[in-house]
Design a protein around this ligand. Structure first.
Ligand code: HEC
Ligand code: HEC
Ligand code: HEC
Ligand code: HEC
Length: 277
């Protein structure tokens, strides 16, 4: 073969291979995944291209769970305002902000004969009307703290807690976190429902909670071959009406359990409600 013919043949083969690869990529439809710590792109990456969505970071969705800070905790730690009395004269709660963090202490008995139980706030849930606080016990189980905050009222008993009893034993089920965070790794345990990996949680609701894991979309939008690659992000406006409703009903359809484990719902897929009864 003369060099020109060989060159032409090489080019032809290369074009064929490139065409086959492109066709192959194009033919594989993207499968959306539920968001997890190990497949998340993160809001900062989304916003690097979608700057017009930046105000999302200040919404109730984004802020619905946060780490405890003076800003994120709505209740007051000032002297005189950091105590919640109860109908039980032998019990009051004290909220403290110190160098080591924020805590709630149940003080029982009458001075000078008092005993106390203190726990450190690990997470804040709620951003508008009220807040509840979670703590790590034992050391990888999440519990709700007995004192919550309600706007216009101040420190209050957590919802459903009888007044006058120091209750530190209410476990946080995965479903609670599914509605108020982007990801917690639940550790299955036949004896308790509230065991989680203590690191790697993604707080607040993020872009990918509603749009699905976005890494493939980011790869596509950054690729020179983008027009050949399948769309790889859920746009709710393109979904059937029932799926659009599901997208919000995951969290706004009542607190009933779902058939699927927490954090496994895939945006765009039907919401698997547990059969009644
Ligand atoms: C490299 C830039 C880039 C990044 C990063 C990026 N996007 Fe996009 N996104 C785009 C472009 C460009 C489009 C328009 C695509 C089109 O119309 O084909 C788009 C479209 C979308 C759409 C509409 C899709 C549709 O079907 O019309 C959604 C939803 C979306 N992006 C969400 C996200 C989310 C969530 C993230 C973070 C995980 C993200 N984007 C990260 C560039 C980006
Ligand atoms: C992953 C769970 C989750 C999903 C999905 C979700 N929400 Fe929410 N939404 C919440 C939570 C939790 C709050 C309360 C946040 C707070 O105040 O801390 C909330 C609050 C709101 C509010 C009040 C916000 C405000 O600023 O007053 C509106 C409106 C709302 N959601 C609409 C929607 C719509 C519409 C959808 C579907 C497109 C949706 N949500 C999807 C969990 C979710
Ligand atoms: C099925 C989803 C779901 C579950 C489960 C759930 N929540 Fe919520 N939560 C919501 C939504 C949605 C709102 C906003 C309701 C509204 O404004 O009408 C909300 C509101 C709140 C608020 C008040 C927020 C505010 O600022 O107005 C707090 C605090 C809260 N939830 C804490 C919790 C805790 C703690 C758990 C678990 C022990 C829990 N929630 C379980 C969806 C859920
Ligand atoms: C609570 C669910 C929810 C969250 C969280 C959310 N979105 Fe969306 N997003 C939607 C819905 C619903 C639509 C469709 C709205 C419409 O066009 O009808 C949408 C549409 C979009 C679109 C395409 C249409 C448009 O408005 O440009 C882009 C891009 C997008 N979202 C990016 C983001 C980014 C980036 C974030 C995070 C900063 C984010 N979204 C967070 C629910 C959500």
């Amino acid at each position: 073969m003369n060099p020109i013919a060989r060159f032409s043949l090489t080019i032809a083969v290369l074009l064929l291979v490139a065409g086959a690869v492109a066709a192959g990529l194009f033919a594989i439809p993207h499968r959306t995944e539920a968001l997890r710590a190990d497949n998340a792109a993160g809001d900062a990456v989304c916003l690097s291209c979608h700057q017009e969505k930046a105000s999302f970071e200040e919404t109730a969705h984004r802020l619905t769970s946060t780490l405890p800070t003076r800003q994120s905790i709505a209740g007051s730690f000032s002297r005189g305002e950091n105590v919640m009395r109860t109908s039980n004269p032998q019990l009051h709660f004290r909220m403290d902000s110190t160098a080591t963090g924020f805590s709630q202490t149940a003080v029982m008995g009458r001075a000078p004969d008092t005993s106390s139980h203190a726990e450190r706030i690990a997470f804040v849930t709620g951003s508008r009307k009220g807040q509840s606080y979670l703590y790590w016990g034992a050391p990888d189980q999440l519990y709700q703290l007995p004192v919550s905050y309600w706007k216009g009222v101040g420190w209050v008993n957590s919802p459903g807690y009888p007044d006058g009893t120091p209750n530190f034993g209410r476990p946080i089920p995965p479903r609670c976190l599914e509605c108020h965070a982007s990801w917690f790794e639940h550790v299955p345990d036949p004896t308790v429902i509230n065991r989680y990996r203590p690191t790697g949680a993604m707080l607040g609701i993020s872009c990918e909670t509603c749009h699905g894991s976005g890494r493939a979309h980011v790869r596509r939008e950054r690729s020179p071959l983008r027009s050949l690659l399948p769309r790889a992000i859920i746009h709710p406006a393109r979904l059937a009406r029932a799926r659009q409703l599901d997208a919000c009903a995951l969290c706004h359809g009542g607190t009933a359990a779902l058939r699927t484990p927490a954090f496994s719902h895939v945006p765009g897929q039907p919401l698997e409600r547990r059969a009644a009864g």
